[in-house]
Design a protein around this ligand. Sequence first.
Ligand SMILES: N[C@@H](CCC(=O)N[C@@H](CS)C(=O)NCC(=O)O)C(=O)O
Length: 376
Amino acid sequence: MTSDNPVHELFGMPHSLYSGIARAYLRTQGIAYRELGTRHPRFAAEILPVTRRSIIPVLRSAEGDVVQDSLDIIDHFEARGVPYPAYPEGPLQCILAMLLQYYGVQSMLRHAMHFRWSFLAEQEDFIRHAFASALGAELAEDVMQRMQSYLPGLGVTPDTAPLIEASYRDLLYLLNTHLAQHPYLFGGRPSIADYGLIGPLYAHLGRDPVPAGIMKTTAPWVYRWVERMLAPGLDVVEFADYGTGFFADDTVADTLAPVLAHVAAEVFPELTDKLAFLDAWVSNNQPTDGQPVGAKPHQRHVGQVQTQFRGVPIQAGVEPYLLYLLQRATDVLYGLPAAEQERVQAALHAYGLAAAVPAPRDYRVGRVGQLEVWLR
Ligand SMILES: N[C@@H](CCC(=O)N[C@@H](CS)C(=O)NCC(=O)O)C(=O)O
């Protein structure tokens, strides 16, 4: 099949955070695909009836499967075999990669949205162009308004803004140090950690003028990694003889440890508070097996929790989806033989991330019919 006649279709948008994850994965793996926008007639005719909510990315595979969710799109291809599998075999690496993925796709939505919408004076033309070219001028206006309305629910306030900006700069510094020595977070090929982080670090922070300018001027290795992640195959010209494996023997690079410390300093107590909120919600509402988490398909939050971001009080929406991401780490950890579990637990403690792996619960979050559902 040539690229003129690709087998898979990806419905996405150039400036969409989660579309960038799926796109990076397809390109890295050399999977032929064609990208279509939500204005393509087939989105309304063939995709919306299946997803029941206007959300991207959506894969329509050559075989006719419709898959929404950036993670499920990755897993769809992982299950079928790819040149560069994204899940490390070492349990510690795999769990840490899942935690970094969570950080990218959930925690860093705050950074991504703040930098996109709080600097309109400097970059409004660029943002408007992105939305208008993808959606048409009229709908673009509505969607831009709606996106901005999400900021308070993401904990973006005048009090947190300077902390979010400092966090972005700190992360860039730490990643720059790591990526000067290694092409990807866990070695010679991208893992799900890279795919999680590329979401915010490409579509918003690596592309919108203000945060991309900060990235280019302060963290050139991170900017190169962003290019690398979006290029076909492994774009590793600086690391030509590095090899394509993950670090040997389930080890973690010294330069990654400070990145993990950054994540640990930022995800708590918010993550713990959200998990406690989910437990209380399930206990109070007793959802049945297979019940969608929202009353309507587009509802992803089950409530708002009072918590903190770097010591400052915030309110944040609680998405059961976070458990969908993190319970995979639970499964890896609790599926290990006792001695291995002890080794991995000790390492997670040392990185300050033990509490980021949720203990097994009497409920899970699954995805059925393209929606998050409770599993009992
Ligand atoms: N968990 C989903 C999240 C997808 C998502 O939030 N996509 C955004 C665009 S980047 C969207 O479609 N938002 C629609 C809306 O909020 O109305 C995934 O990973 O695919």
